[in-house]
Design a protein around this ligand. Sequence first.
Ligand code: GLU
Length: 487
Amino acid sequence: MTKIRTRFAPSPTGYMHIGNLRTALYTYLVAKKDPEGVYILRIEDTDQGRLVEGATDIIYQTLEQCGLKHDEGPDVGGPVGPYIQSQRYSSGLYMDHAKDLICRGGAHYCFCDEAHINASRAIQEARGESFKYDDPCKNLTVEECEARIAKGEKFVIRQTIPTSGTTSFDDEVFGRITVENETLDESILIKSDGFPTYNFANVIDDHLMGITDVVRGMEYLSSTPKYNLIYDAYGWEIPRYIHCPPVMKDEHNKLSKRNGDASFQDLVAKGYLPEAILNYIALLGWSPETNQEIFTLDELIENFNVKRIGKDGAIFDIVKLTSINSLWLRGMDLDTYYDLIKPYIDEAVKGDFDKKQIAKIVQPRANVLNDIPEMLDFFDVFPTFENDLFINKKMKTDEAIALKSLLAAREVLAACDDYSEEHLHEVLLELPKQMGVKNGQVLFPVRVAISGKKFTPGGAIEIASILGKEETLARLDKSIAQLQAAL
Ligand code: GLU
């Protein structure tokens, strides 16, 4: 069996949107399901007008951050380069192939005025007809065309489509597709500036690069019969096709940067892990056989199956992504987690506290990395707060109970010097027993009294342990005084 070769073929036209990244991922997975499979990166930059500076760097950076390592590509080389279309163009290979296609009857020179063709397109489309242009240039011989070109006449090369018959192919996602040839338009293959269009370059490059499986967005599904006619004209083998439904913002709209939807970079900047983003977008359109939800890239390779890609567009759900992100964060071992979030802790906490201990209390609570600084703001600065924070139905506390508990807690906390969590645990859990109250009636007021906040990562014991004796007592005193003043 031939080994699988796939390519991710982005156009460097800006940010990496989520749909693009999902195509990159599926393309990678299809290749890597084969232990010898090869994943190729090809940069499609023949549409020079749409190029955006820096976009290629974003592509490299994103693939690297996601661990989608390509085996062949512009930066790593490979046997079928160059891997950037504009560099392939300079070797003249598209023009040579186009001339060959003309000889095979699959294309023709066209000297018609583009404005004239567009006008008749507009008229036909307004009538609700599919566009058909009966190109008079098709009656010219190759010699006549070459003579006109030699005289400096401007031309394009268009595909020649049979006027009758049908073209069929099997798509792995959409099944058998059959179209009447007369509905296919004779699109431009080589533009007047000599550059190939996507419609041509994708076929030539996929063939020359030995691509066995083409994974791409379903917007190319309807043009694929045209591409297959080109393969047939050359007598080339047609690849397997996997067209993926779009990633949607809602039922009717595709996700797109133009509408202000988040790109991969935006999500990372908001504190989502590349691994979690990748995990989530794998599930946008593909459903695993089991109800497993958290997948590493290796697990995705193992479980992925193109047969389980759905035909319908999948709606991007930030809530679901957030939940997957939180599961990724919670599943890390503490050392890795600490290394990851240290910059976020450093941003919020300048005081001399044990930051690893802080990481430990944050880990079960932060869903997104950017939530972290705000969660920790009470360490450096003890916030002012109202006494009604002490009133909590569930904890069965009010201001009077809180004051009683705080006075008792202050006494035991002042008497102890070991502020390790274990020791504080012993000491503070002894108190409710002695006082004949519930644990929450002591621990809740203490937590509020030393954090000044309704919600905190960690409870009274962990926070007191991190703050240390001096700071804990100082805050308790302040809170006690504030309660006494009010009662
Ligand atoms: N350059 C095309 C795009 O970015 C690639 C389509 C394909 O994978 O064939 O949409």
